[in-house]
Design a protein around this ligand. Structure first.
Ligand code: NAP
Length: 281
């Protein structure tokens, strides 16, 4: 029997409804959630991402500001803007769109954002909070993956989860979230000699690589949950993930499509972190 699709669009809509209700309750008390989005330079993909984020804010009743700067903005000027936003009571979350121009140190910029407004969850402190199990902001993509897994109704306790990829923004936080949910976790990466040896034992596989067909049907245990984070293009230029979807869906029990799986959840979890930031202050 083919796998059940995990519908990221439907889950996003449901969660955005809940976020809008929380935002309305805060606004009624005079504390409308606010997100500041900063874009430096003219990168076309980044322009689309920030536009989508700002639009999503409007849809759930948030206040948002989009600050666009020329690519030659001085690092010190960007840090000064972040400092001002850290002290702006109308702003509860600050997001600096990556990548930044080469003359700006992204680590310095991320660390300049107040931890209470770090809704991307990228700072060293937020990473430390996740590592030690303290309440804090979870990076949006892995946080969204956890919601997608939760939506299957499968309890992760005692399950074997394999994460393919170990980036600071996806793979590593993903593994920590799965660990927190009591899964036994294996992390694979480019130096893993036999990827299939690990994925074939997995009840849950999260693929976050950036290379299509990394996970094929012969590498998947029947009945597994497969979450595809990858965003790639096939030969026809169509968006596809890291998973050989057409064949893996015949083996897995639950699978996310690309598009329509993890993608829509990332912005939703940014909204979730922002409403939470507003509730905490
Ligand atoms: P990244 O920083 O490039 O990390 C990729 C990871 O994959 C690395 O850890 C790398 O290992 C590992 N890898 C590369 N080739 C491999 C192989 N043959 N076997 C096993 N592991 C391999 O990428 P990322 O930022 O984590 O993103 C991963 C993918 O998710 C990309 O396609 C990205 O576009 C997508 N993404 C989607 C969303 C969304 O909202 N849908 C959000 C974020 C990212 P090493 O560490 O050893 O190099």
């Amino acid at each position: 029997m083919p796998a059940q699709l995990i519908d990221g669009i439907a889950l996003s809509q449901k969660l955005r409804g809940e976020i809008a209700a929380r935002a309305a309750a805060l606004s009624a008390k005079g504390k409308q959630p606010g997100l500041a989005v900063i874009l430096v330079g003219e990168d076309p993909a980044s322009q689309v991402y920030v536009r989508n984020k700002v639009k999503a804010c409007g849809d759930v009743g948030f206040h948002s500001v989009l600050e666009k700067y020329e690519a030659d903005l001085a690092e010190a000027d960007l840090l000064a803007r972040i400092d001002a936003l850290n002290n702006d009571p109308a702003i509860h979350g600050i997001l600096v769109q990556m990548p930044l121009p080469k003359h700006i140190n992204p680590h310095k910029v991320i660390e300049a954002i107040s931890t209470s407004k770090d809704v991307d969850g990228y700072s060293v402190l937020s990473a430390g909070e996740l590592m030690t199990g303290l309440a804090g902001f979870r990076p949006c993509t892995p946080y969204g993956c956890m919601k997608l897994i939760e939506s299957t109704g499968v309890d992760l306790r005692g399950k074997h989860a394999v994460v393919i990829g170990r980036s600071n923004t996806v793979g590593k936080p993903m593994a920590l979230l799965l660990l927190q949910a009591n899964a036994t976790v294996t992390i694979c990466h480019s130096a893993t000699p036999d990827l299939g040896l690990h994925t074939r034992q997995a009840d849950v596989v999260v693929a976050a690589v950036g290379r299509r067909n990394t996970l094929t049907a012969d590498m998947v245990k029947p009945g597994a949950i497969v979450i595809d984070v990858g965003m790639n293009r096939d030969d026809a230029g169509k968006l596809c993930g890291d998973v050989d979807f057409a064949n893996v869906k015949e083996v897995a029990a639950h699978i996310t499509p690309v598009p329509g799986g993890v993608g829509p959840m990332t912005i939703t979890m940014l909204l979730m972190n922002t409403v939470e930031a507003a509730e905490r202050i």
